[in-house]
Design a protein around this ligand. Structure first.
Ligand SMILES: C[S@@+](CC[C@H](N)C(=O)[O-])C[C@H]1O[C@@H](n2cnc3c(N)ncnc32)[C@H](O)[C@@H]1O
Length: 256
């Protein structure tokens, strides 16, 4: 869960325009489009949907069977205020909530970092259970411990991932494989690293008010927002599989 309800308000306000969300949503929707191959009737679930930004984009992309859930009341209320089909559910207790093999695509972006390895493995396993054979699980997660900063405290992050972590979780689950993965953004990594190292130093020097800590979800100037967006777009164009970055994007396929 995010550390305070102001974070949900910040997410709601910026997720349609902040470069980071725009790039993430484009990546997810591009994967869904290539999976759906024009079929707008596929059943899609956003697990831990926050304030509903991705569902909104899926709706704009004319997908008809979309729904989401989140465990936080503010997140559910913000999503519902956008007219989205969202309910309150706990991602770690999905057993028997949905029918087995009922979704073509499940997305879960930046939710798993809040849990211990054992819980993550069980959660992925129960997600896989409710995906149809040949369906996909798309998940973006924070990556590499070196990027840890005050942002991680604000969003309640227990861990940052590398590919090896997901290989280990999936090794216990039958009939799934990682069909695509990449880290991002490589080109913005030096800047993000500097920001996070400064945050770490501030923490060490007790310069941070832990009661009122804020995440990095904040709108920069329009110029910087466009610049970061275009750098990520350019990276996506020229690099199929970036080896480093503060996020890890994965497409996990359920076999027949
Ligand atoms: C960093 S936000 C990401 C939200 C959204 N997926 C996105 O990409 O903007 C993490 C979300 O996970 C939700 N969450 C935390 N624990 C949860 C749980 N046990 N079940 C469902 N959602 C949970 C939080 O309320 C929050 O909305």
């Amino acid at each position: 869960m995010l550390i305070n309800s102001e974070e949900y308000c910040a997410m709601f306000e910026v997720e349609e325009k902040l470069w980071w969300y725009k790039i993430l949503h484009e990546k997810v929707i591009s994967e869904i489009n290539s999976f759906a191959n024009g079929n707008k009737e596929i059943k899609i679930l956003d697990a831990g949907c926050g304030t509903g930004g991705l569902l909104l984009k899926l709706q704009d992309a004319a997908y008809k069977n979309i729904q989401g859930f989140d465990f936080n009341d503010d997140a559910v209320a913000f999503s519902k205020s956008r007219g989205l089909n969202v309910q309150k559910l706990d991602i770690t207790h999905l057993q028997r909530v949905f029918e087995k093999e009922s979704f073509d695509v499940i997305v879960s972006d930046d939710v798993l970092y809040q849990f211990e390895d054992e819980v993550i493995e069980k959660t992925i396993s129960s997600i896989v259970d409710i995906i149809k054979p040949n369906g996909v699980f798309i998940t973006n997660n924070n990556a590499f411990e070196i990027f840890r900063g005050t942002h991680d405290i604000a969003v309640g992050s227990k861990k940052r991932f590398v590919l090896k972590d997901f290989k280990a979780y999936l090794s216990q689950i039958k009939a799934v494989s990682i069909s695509k993965h990449h880290y991002w953004s490589l080109f913005l990594s030096p800047l993000i690293l500097v920001v996070r190292l400064i945050q770490k130093l501030q923490l060490k020097l007790n310069l941070v008010d832990l009661e009122n800590i804020k995440s990095d979800v904040e709108m920069p100037s329009e110029f910087m927002n466009n610049l970061f967006y275009n750098i990520c777009k350019f990276e996506r164009k020229i690099l199929k599989k970036s080896p480093f970055g503060s996020s890890l994007f994965l497409v996990i396929k359920k076999e027949k």
